[in-house]
Design a binder for this molecule. Structure first.
Ligand code: GLC
Length: 328
């Protein structure tokens, strides 16, 4: 397939502040997460089945990229050789090609690997073998395909353990994809943990990521998976009162990026449909503006489930959200 965006030439990786890494991050630009589909226990179980039309709508709206969260762990043997189900792989091939053929850069990750969060030492060899298979399969795909090691390391997968484990995952990728861009975040992909993320100095094809849902009582009000969030219903967001918190938070991330000479990808941010639309649009617009001022690429959470910017029944964008995202 033909990618018409200008890609940097692939050369041997320089040791510091690889300009190509920043160019690749700009390729991610403005993106949206195709959540609740391949991250569900099986596709469709959470009400979303990917469709070609979805990729078309995303391209037509003017996004640059998609992030596709994937629950590989539910589609691979639990024991060695941890083989990934061939039919599932074909489904992911299709999704990747849907994006690339429409000129959308694409991030695939490992999402909801809960066994890994709960028992990282035992599960790490399985995760490395999953990555070995994924990387090998996609080694010849264009550089507009990005790999993200693991969504929100959490529970037992502390920053210390993650620091010891992720180099093996990265190596499993580098053996077949020496120049592929790889995205890595800290515990919970939280901004507060970003300073604990220690990336290998000699690998410059890396992008650091964080997720932003502050204030949680606004973005996650009434979310069934967040304890006590029922009581948060009715919370609004006011830029005049809370905009300075957002600016301060993003300045922390930007300053980490400058110090470490790494590009930054805001891989998730978004608000649930239980919050009122005016606040949602205002928060979304403010986050996007701050991210772009800081030079971060970003991906809204998410396309057409409970945080959705798109209404799959009406087959239409929710205009206030789309307008906020793409400054329309
Ligand atoms: C994280 C979770 C995902 C959830 C989202 C918003 O990505 O893995 O399941 O929907 O955050 O809470």
């Amino acid at each position: 397939m033909i990618i018409s965006v200008a890609l940097p030439l692939i050369s041997s990786p320089p040791s510091k502040a690889d300009p190509d890494a920043f160019a690749f991050n700009r390729l991610l630009g403005r993106g949206i997460n195709l959540g609740a589909a391949l991250e569900a226990p099986s596709e469709g179980a959470w009400g979303v089945t990917l469709k070609a039309d979805y990729f078309q709508a995303i391209e037509d709206a003017g996004f640059n990229s998609v992030r596709i969260p994937i629950r590989w762990s539910a589609h691979a043997l639990p024991d060695p050789p941890y083989t990934i189900d061939p039919a599932f792989f074909e489904r992911v091939d299709w999704a990747i090609d849907q994006a690339l053929s429409r000129n959308l850069a694409v991030v695939i990750n490992v999402h909801h690997y809960e066994e890994m969060d709960n028992d990282p030492v035992k599960q790490a060899p399985r995760l490395a073998t999953l990555w070995r298979q994924i990387a090998d399969r996609y080694r010849d795909r264009p550089q507009a395909l990005f790999f993200e090691l693991l969504n929100e390391p959490s529970e037992q997968l502390t920053d210390e353990r993650w620091e010891r484990i992720f180099p093996d995952l990265l190596q499993a990728i580098r053996d077949s994809n020496p120049f592929r861009m790889v995205i890595i975040g800290a515990y919970w992909n939280s901004l507060d943990h970003l300073p604990r993320l220690v990336l290998p100095q000699d690998d410059r094809r890396l992008i650091a990521t964080f997720h932003y849902y502050t204030p949680l009582r606004f973005t996650h009000q009434g979310a069934s998976w967040v304890a006590n969030s029922e009581g948060w219903r009715g919370t609004k967001w006011d830029k005049d009162q809370e905009g300075n918190i957002l600016r301060g938070d993003f300045e922390k991330a930007a300053s980490w990026g400058r110090q470490n000479e790494r590009p930054i990808y805001l891989g998730e941010f978004g608000t649930i449909d239980q919050a009122e639309m005016e606040s949602r649009a205002s928060w979304t617009r403010a986050v996007v503006r701050e991210a772009e001022k800081s030079g971060f690429s970003w991906s809204y959470w998410e396309f057409c489930a409970s945080f959705g910017a798109y209404d799959p029944v009406a087959k239409a964008w929710r205009r206030p959200l789309l307008g906020a995202l793409l400054d329309k």
